[in-house]
Design a protein around this ligand. Sequence first.
Ligand code: ZN
Length: 455
Amino acid sequence: MISSHFGHWTLAWASVLNTPRHLAEVIETLDIEWEGAALYNMVRDLYPICRSITGDGLRQSLRLLQRHAPLSLREVASGTQVFDWTVPKEWNIRDAWIKNAKGEKVVDLNRSNLHVVNYSVPVRSTMSLAELRPHLFTLPEQPDWIPYRTSYYKETWGFCLSHRQLEGLRDGTYEVCIDATLASGYLTYGELKIQGATDAEMLISAHSCHPSLCNDNLSGMAVAARLAQCLARLPLRYSYRFLWIPGTIGAIVWLALNEGLLAKTKHGLVLSCIGDPGRFTYKRSRRGKAEIDQVVEHVLKESGSGFDILDFTPSGYDERQYGSPGINLPVGCFMRTPNGKYPQYHTSADDLALVKPSALAGSLHQLLKVVEVLEANRCFVNLNPKCEPQLGRRGLYRAMGGTDNSGLEEAMLWVLNFSDSAHSLLDIAARSHLSFGLLKQAADLLVGSGLLARA
Ligand code: ZN
């Protein structure tokens, strides 16, 4: 017992002492297997909770994330006007079931929280199957899966079940119970700001309102929390604002209540569906050529794996709100297999078997790379722009003729030529086909020798 306590103590201290000091070190030492297991455990812990756009399930989920990252819970009262919307009543559910004439529960919320249409009003009634039938939803083409349905803004009630379950229901009388409350309360969301050297912000947003669905979007919630934890103690150029919000209404609430902050939001990403093993998909911001678009596309190209790039569309996740014309923030959407493009989407099959530890950790790794490139991408100005500076005299060029195998000399020539305050390192990377890392190394050397300055 004593030795095991001692073991924990030394482990804890070892992790404090070994805390990496720089992002590059975090990325280099990232233990993909360990990260995958930790992220998967987070998803597994969140999975059983019945979340919605308001209510205790959402609160409980955010509190669970607080074990991993120091986010704050914010509460916004029902009835609060946010642009064209109103914060809805708070929904909480205790139980829901359908009993047959023998008193057997044929549908039971305790078996899957997808069984109740999310935001159903309370019901306690007895009815025939014919009367019940319009309130039952199934997926005939996937007869073993339970669909995910919501009715946030129209007061109604219903049950979702597998088509096979429905086919097993005999004519007769059924007792129906939805023990829920829909009453004045609050909408809850999670927020965490990591202060960097500047107030210019990168926004990371994950919708957190879906019940037991893993890829959409426990994957995004978990990876965002771990990303925040990784960045929290590092020296950073940008400030990072993380949001765990109910989809649509949460983004609208945050934007309406924080309009004064929006001028500081220079980059942003919505994270969703990043736990399945599919290839990465990046949906560009509405602006299309924003720096974040350039950065993510560059990182995915350098990853060496296949990926897809989609242009902005006004459908999908909260990039719709961040990219509405009156807001127009440069916020893209980082995904693996996009919403609606995998058969398990919005069904009970988006479960713990669909998401993979390695996929979760791979997503975290790519996002850390995105932050690394974003942090380092900037414009420089050549302080000796009239003809090439004499690099040899400064020890920056090979003394003897021959070939520079490192590519560094070529990189220095590219950086010097295009550092006119208008081209960033990524612009130069695109034009030269040299790696961002090499160009950054060249820029660092040139700054060190007084030939280049930050624009
Ligand atoms: Zn969804």
